[in-house]
Design a protein around this ligand. Structure first.
Ligand SMILES: Nc1ncnc2c1ncn2[C@@H]1O[C@H](COP(=O)(O)OP(=O)(O)OP(=O)(O)O)[C@@H](O)[C@H]1O
Ligand SMILES: [Mg+2]
Length: 418
């Protein structure tokens, strides 16, 4: 086995058409004959789409050795496996890689083109069968297919981001964000982050009982040039439900000018690390909020059944749709809902021109207790509000088995409340 490095593919001058830009795919070659190896090396040197990581000179992969130890950890994006030396061993190696490193694509290379041999290679886990002499164009197309799949996976792996904005101050945004977030993290076992985007006096940390912290979200945005997993961790507060929070400033802060794109950079980064991101926005719209709202999967306008708030819902939805935020992403959440309210649901829906997406019951004493306890999943969370928000969390974040966990959670809470 010999290690090998290539010229930095990112510096290679020619880039091929049809391959979208992005990080090069890592490639490990296994048992390539001299000619094929030469073609591969030329290919890698002339195009920035692959980075040769390793060349393995035999099919030796004994039962006790882990695939990742052999091909490298993290596993390469592509293993180029020559089947001509020993077809049986090559097929066994392909099977092991396929089983232990399922995200690695395996390309078979061979001078044999009999259909049964091709089928055998595909059955052992190869996704491509490339004939010798290796055709760079064919290799490029195969690499592009892997790149396309990787991008699609990355897209689907991004966390869902929902913003919450009040039709006016005090409609319950922070209450809903923190309780829904705690339910997603606790009952649904989803990796969830709340971002408090108030420029000053954020309440989310207080509502979660997390009062000791030094850094806030806007400082993170100012440090995007250093942004990595460690830096993010130093800004994140952890709630006992499993919910994470990046707080807003404690008090007043001088006006900040963030570099263009910095906020989006942070948001994209956290989206790759969390399944759900809930953003607690201050009421009122400005350009920065708007920029963020454009990235959200859902924008929840939280209102109460009062004329002034409902009038603002109409204004806000009009404004957002004018700013090209798709109407179907804007949802109206009616908080503090009471069955016998002065303004009926039908009247509300008529006045806002759309259906109410979610109704949260009015339960002031319970909500205030939850807030002062700082624990949305704790002792008072058997309230109707908590159950209602658990149902919302389950509707968006339920995984197999979550229902059981939720029942178990409720059983435990009933037990504690005795
Ligand atoms: N479903 C509810 N039932 C009863 N009271 C509620 C409910 N939701 C929120 N409240 C109460 O409404 C008040 C305001 O709630 P909250 O701070 O969450 O609103 P907000 O929209 O975040 O306010 P701000 O605009 O100041 O950020 C709190 O006292 C809270 O207890
Ligand atoms: Mg608030």
């Amino acid at each position: 086995m010999s290690a090998m490095t290539s010229k930095n593919p990112l510096q290679a001058s020619s880039s091929r058409e049809g391959i979208p830009p992005g990080e090069p795919l890592s490639l490990v070659s296994i048992c390539l004959d001299k000619d094929t190896w030469g073609i591969l090396k030329l290919f890698a040197d002339s195009t920035p789409v692959v980075r040769l990581q390793k060349h393995l000179g035999d099919y030796r992969l004994d039962d006790h050795e882990s695939v990742l130890e052999w091909v490298g950890d993290p596993a390469p994006d592509i293993c180029l496996l020559d089947f001509d030396g020993d077809r049986r061993s090559a097929a066994m190696v392909a099977e092991r890689i396929h089983a232990d490193a399922p995200d690695s694509a395996i390309f078979a290379v061979s001078s044999q083109s009999q259909p049964d041999l091709i089928i055998q290679a595909m059955r052992s886990g190869c996704s491509e069968y490339l004939l010798k002499p290796l055709d760079p164009e064919q290799l490029l197309n195969a690499v592009a297919r892997v790149g396309g799949r990787r991008r699609e996976k990355k897209e689907s792996d991004r966390g869902q981001m929902s913003a919450f904005i009040g039709a006016k101050g005090g409609c319950g945004v922070t209450t809903l964000v923190t309780q829904l977030g705690a339910s997603l993290a606790g009952y649904c076992s989803r990796k969830t982050l709340v971002v408090d985007l108030h420029p000053d006096f954020g309440d989310a940390a207080l509502y979660l009982g997390l009062t000791k912290y030094r850094y806030h979200f806007f400082e993170l945005v100012e440090n995007t040039d250093r942004l990595d997993a460690d830096l993010l961790q130093s800004f994140v507060l952890h709630h006992s439900s499993g919910l994470d929070l990046i707080p807003a400033p404690h008090g007043t802060e001088p006006a900040r000018r963030t570099a263009p794109g910095a906020l989006n950079h942070v948001i994209e980064f956290v989206r790759s690390r969390y399944e759900f991101i809930l953003v607690d926005l201050p009421p009122g719209l400005n350009d920065e909020n708007l920029d963020l709202l454009r990235h959200c999967d859902q924008v929840n306008v939280v209102t109460v059944a009062e004329v002034s708030a409902l009038r603002n819902v109409v204004r806000q939805t009009d404004y957002l749709t004018r700013k090209h935020i798709a109407a179907e992403r804007i949802k109206v959440v009616l908080n503090r809902h009471q069955k016998r309210a002065l303004i009926t649901e039908a009247q509300i829906e008529k006045s806002i021109g759309q259906k109410i997406f979610w109704k949260v019951p009015n339960q002031y004493v319970h909500v205030v207790k939850t807030i002062s306890g700082g624990d949305p999943t704790g002792q008072v969370s058997t309230s109707d509000v908590a159950k209602n928000l658990q149902d919302w969390a389950a509707a968006i974040g339920k995984k197999a088995g979550a229902e059981e966990k939720k029942k178990e959670g409720r059983r435990m809470l009933t037990f504690w409340n005795r």
